[in-house]
Design a protein around this ligand. Structure first.
Ligand code: 13P
Ligand code: SF4
Length: 357
């Protein structure tokens, strides 16, 4: 029964004490979030993995790339557990290492004549945190860097100080929205389709390019539309609209603000009692913000429920099963990034941390 499940989780937590830290992403369901020692956006969770060195085990209630990042940043002796190994991210899966390596080789050929012409690299690879450890390692080896939705502009500035162009993967929308806000014209943001030679571009397009956008997207955030924003404003004149930057560009442009999951939380906290706020992000976070702020009217832009189906795979039953294992001295569903991958990926992650103010 549910009661028995929750009793098991509570008992294991009490028994393991400070030897265990449970991290939870904002998109996790409330039945799981209630057990997290720390809840945050993906950047904050990566930092949180660094700040509990006394815990021998980190149980990561989030998705696979987040647990991999925790394993890369944690002490070598720390174990990282993902309660359900099927909790991936469909966007992260849209860029695989082979396709990115192939794209890189093709780009190197296009830019062969200009290499190092003015002390700048021809292209800097930038990977969104929502990517495999192998791609973070690729960036580490090739002068590149990692970004999250909370620091993408700072990271792009870092990259433009070192290179003439950026290859940004996997999320085209975060790349486009961020570069556009920095003044990069849309004509200089060609898209890279990994199924086509030169990504479907001409050499001239790639030479002119400032940001080459990988053909990836989030299936949750691509559902948000300008029509939904118009509808919210028609129904609640004066309402405020905030969306996650994984949303399509016209949606971000039409909203009052955009930001990471933590930025959305802060936007709500800073609003006044009585305010009406329409949010374009995953439903678990929107519903939690609505429940925590009864003095404000908060709703999701998408009237059809839009959970992240992979975040949702962390069911309390899996959490209980992995914690039971720990109590019995057995590590279940451990995420282990191979040493050489972790070493290179850490270089790209540390560049991100060092680039921040
Ligand atoms: P945040 O970095 O804003 O938490 O976003 C992670 C994510 O997967 C959004 O879809
Ligand atoms: Fe991936 Fe989208 Fe889910 Fe975020 S909301 S974890 S980007 S599928």
């Amino acid at each position: 029964s549910d009661d028995e499940l929750h009793a098991r989780i509570r008992a294991a937590k009490e028994k393991l004490g400070s030897d265990l830290v449970i991290l939870g992403h904002f998109y996790q369901r409330d039945e799981v979030v209630q057990y997290a020692d720390f809840v945050g956006d993906s950047f904050q969770l990566a930092n949180a993995a660094l700040t509990r060195p006394e815990a021998s085990t980190i149980v990561f209630c989030g998705v696979h790339f987040m647990a991999e990042t925790a394993d890369i940043l944690a002490r070598p002796e720390q174990h990282v557990i993902l309660p359900n190994l099927a909790a991936g991210c469909s966007m992260a899966d849209m860029a695989d290492e082979d396709s990115v390596e192939t794209a890189w080789e093709e780009l190197m050929e296009v830019y062969a004549d200009e290499a190092d012409a003015d002390g700048l690299a021809s292209v800097i690879p930038v990977t969104y945190m929502n990517s495999s450890a192998a791609l973070k390692a690729f960036c580490g080896r090739n002068g590149g860097i990692v970004c999250t939705s909370s620091n993408a502009a700072t990271v792009l500035e870092w990259a433009f100080a070192r290179g003439r162009r950026v290859l940004f993967f996997p999320d085209q929308h975060l790349g486009r929205n961020t570069a556009k806000a920095m003044g990069v014209p849309l004509e200089q943001m060609p898209m890279w389709n990994p199924r086509k030679p030169l990504g479907g571009n001409t050499e001239a397009d790639l030479i002119d390019a400032k940001v080459i956008l990988w053909h990836g997207f989030c299936s949750v955030h691509k559902r948000f539309t300008v029509a939904q924003i118009d509808q919210a404003r028609a129904q609640y004149p004066g309402c405020k609209v905030i969306v996650h930057p994984e949303s399509p560009m016209p949606v971000v442009d039409a909203a009052d603000a955009s930001g990471s999951t933590d930025a959305i939380r802060k936007f709500v906290a800073a609003a006044s009692p009585g305010d009406v706020i329409a949010i374009g992000t995953e439903i678990n976070l929107v519903n939690r913000l609505a429940a925590e702020n009864p003095d404000k009217t908060i709703f999701c832009l998408d009237p059809v429920i839009c959970p992240c189906s992979t975040m949702y795979r962390i069911h309390p039953g899996y959490l209980a099963w992995t914690l039971d294992g720990l109590v019995e001295g057995e590590i279940r569903n451990e995420i282990v990034v191979a040493d050489e991958v972790a070493r290179d990926a850490k270089v790209a992650l540390e560049r991100m941390l060092a680039a921040l103010p």
